[in-house]
Write a protein that binds this ligand. Structure first.
Ligand SMILES: *Cc1c(COP(=O)(O)O)cnc(C)c1O
Length: 341
């Protein structure tokens, strides 16, 4: 049995999800005529109390569309130095939006209002005009860390005072909400746009949704078209999203419990210096006296898979296809780990 913890994007659609996909009513979504896509967009917008949604092929696309919406060439985006929009979207901020970035530090990948305030550029010919603040919740490279609403409020207030737009990369927002117990509806009020992935812990094969105002989503459709993201009978994919929202949200709690269990198992391995605090479904282990490459090779020999996550770290992610049997087997296989010096 392979224990594959590389990512929560690896999940395969369940039989029930595939059945929902088979039964979906379809139309041409580029003509705005796919009823299932519209239903998904409306459902998610409703959950977050936002006006409209746009179904896209990936979370990279929903983030990149949002950045295009909120910036012009020569303006600047403020984000954490470890944020997905900066590290893992192929330089899209530059190539899609011709915008600059200002990278901030912050514990566990989170930003504070005061740091953002200091990073806003003066109104001066030399500096790119600050246009957008982008946050990430949960924060992937922060070890799946979670923002609370009370941490967002001062940032919302700052953006309002200074005329900045506020975007949320909520690829794993449902993991965050399950952890904090906060309401999606309250989160929707804080942001101009929110990007949500269906293809991570929610277990869909494909898809992300961008939420925002009617006006922003109307423009977002045009940008999606220009990026080649207009899909035709996309209701087959949207049906998976509707199914996931109905059946796969509350079970995320299980993924979080298993991630804690994995951290406990990893802490017993001599080459693991420590794990970052686990809040959701991501475990980051810091290594000592071994490179991530060698460590991953030793894991692979035991049929356990993870990914390198920085110079001395690896990442493991729990998801729909990891159950208690996997964890028991994992602990057994790792019990005789020999320290590498
Ligand atoms: C996965 C992910 C995305 C989007 O990735 P896609 O693979 O393009 O869907 C965006 N932000 C974060 C934090 C992610 O983990």
């Amino acid at each position: 049995m392979v224990i594959d913890l590389r990512s929560d994007t690896l999940t395969l659609p369940t039989r029930e999800m595939k059945e929902a996909m088979m039964m979906a009513s379809l139309g041409d979504d580029v003509f705005g005529e796919d009823p299932t896509v519209r239903q998904l967009e409306g459902k998610l917008a409703g959950i977050f109390g936002m006006e409209a949604g746009l179904f896209c092929p990936s979370g990279t696309m929903t983030n990149q569309i949002a950045i295009r919406l909120h910036t012009r060439p020569q303006t600047e985006v403020i984000c954490h130095k470890n944020s997905h929009i900066y590290l893992y979207e192929g330089g899209g901020i530059m190539s899609n939006s011709h915008a600059s970035v200002k990278l901030l530090e912050g514990e566990f990948g989170k930003l504070e209002a005061e740091a953002i305030r200091r990073a806003i550029n003066p109104d001066d010919d030399h500096a790119p005009e600050t246009a957008l603040v982008s946050l990430e919740n949960t924060m992937n490279k922060g070890g799946g860390s979670v923002y609370l609403l009370e941490e967002i409020r001062p940032i919302r207030q700052l953006c309002k005072e200074t005329g900045l737009k506020l975007h949320l990369d909520g690829a794993r927002i449902f993991n965050a909400l399950i952890h904090s117990g906060e309401r999606a509806y309250d989160w929707g009020k804080m942001f101009d746009t929110i990007s949500i992935c269906l293809s991570k812990g929610l277990g869909c094969p494909v898809g992300s949704v961008l939420l925002g105002s009617h006006q922003d989503i109307k423009r977002a459709r045009k940008i999606r078209k220009a990026l080649g993201g207009g899909m035709r009978q996309a209701g087959m994919l949207a049906a998976a999203g509707i199914y996931a929202l109905d059946h796969h949200v509350s079970r995320l709690e299980e993924d979080h419990e298993r991630a804690l269990e994995i951290a406990r198992i990893m802490e017993q391995i001599p080459n693991v210096k420590r794990t970052l605090p686990v809040a959701t479904n991501i475990v980051i282990a810091q290594l000592e006296k071994i490179s991530p490459e060698s460590f991953l090779e030793k894991l692979a020999e035991k049929n356990i898979r993870a990914v390198k996550f920085g110079l001395d770290q690896i990442r493991m992610v729990t998801h729909l296809d990891i159950d208690d049997r996997h964890l028991e087997t994992m602990e057994e296989r790792l019990s005789n780990w020999k320290m590498t010096l």
